[in-house]
Design a protein around this ligand. Structure first.
Ligand SMILES: Nc1ncnc2c1ncn2[C@@H]1O[C@H](COP(=O)(O)OP(=O)(O)OP(=O)(O)O)[C@@H](O)[C@H]1O
Ligand SMILES: [Mg+2]
Length: 224
């Protein structure tokens, strides 16, 4: 479903070049959960951005569901990012003035879906993450784990085939983190969704089918 071929990303800062990602190739199959591991600055987030089309590579190609992202115009890429790929962040990024259900519905509403359908899909997504009974709560009325599950529901509500998660447990205590990892793991169970998760937590990384270790922007090692 996702194939990365010899991808590189170079940032230019003043006169200096930073090779954040160099010559990375990998495949992600449907239903697979792949974990990217590595020290701070090893290029994990940069690679995740390239996978999700949030950033364009300096070299190499990213094929998503058979399409080379580089061949897509900006609006087609925006649509693909919005409709096929879900993002989960370390700091949940929920809007404080909206309820859980409203936060979850927002991206689908922005995509042009009717109010009624968006609300129904938001409720279904909250149900899938076990938060049906928190739908009308505001973020500040929820625990960190509940907020992250709401953010996962928001990512799911667009019905993505790929979920990208950057340190999704980085802001949670160990037990809550484990719950969120279990939830993410379960989301791939029917084989229609894939997940790429970034972490620097060795314990958290064990949840994946595969671990890819990055060092200085390159794949250092891969473990099953
Ligand atoms: N927009 C940017 N401009 C210039 N350099 C950047 C930019 N984004 C990242 N870098 C550099 O690229 C390298 C990889 O950064 P990246 O954020 O991908 O690392 P990371 O593995 O996600 O680290 P962390 O665990 O701290 O989040 C670092 O040296 C970083 O300073
Ligand atoms: Mg990062």
């Amino acid at each position: 479903m996702l194939e990365v071929r010899d991808v590189g990303k170079t940032y230019r800062e003043g006169g200096r070049e930073v090779h954040a990602v160099r010559g990375v190739s990998l495949r992600v199959e449907p239903g697979e959960m792949v974990v990217l591991l590595g020290r701070s600055g090893s290029g994990k987030s940069t690679l995740l951005h390239l996978l999700g089309g949030l950033d364009r590579p300096s070299s190499g190609s990213v094929l998503f569901e058979g399409r080379d992202l580089a061949s897509l115009h900006d609006d087609a890429l925006t649509r693909l990012r919005r409709d096929r790929i879900g993002h989960v962040f370390q700091f949940f990024n929920l809007l404080p003035t909206l309820t859980a259900a409203e936060n979850v519905a927002l991206p689908i509403l922005l995509g042009g879906t009717s109010d009624r359908v968006a609300t129904a899909r938001a409720r279904a997504a909250l149900d899938e993450v076990g938060l049906a009974d928190r739908a009308d709560h505001f973020p500040e009325e929820m625990s960190g784990g509940e907020q992250q599950r709401t953010a996962i529901a928001r990512a799911l509500a667009v019905r993505p085939s790929l979920l990208l998660a950057d340190e999704p447990t980085g802001n949670l205590d160990t037990d809550t983190g484990r719950e969120v990892l279990g939830l993410l793991r379960g989301l791939t169970a029917d084989g229609t969704r894939s997940i790429v998760m970034v972490t620097h937590d060795e314990q958290a990384a064990l949840v994946g089918d595969r671990r890819i270790r990055l060092k200085d922007g390159r794949i250092e090692r891969e473990e099953r």
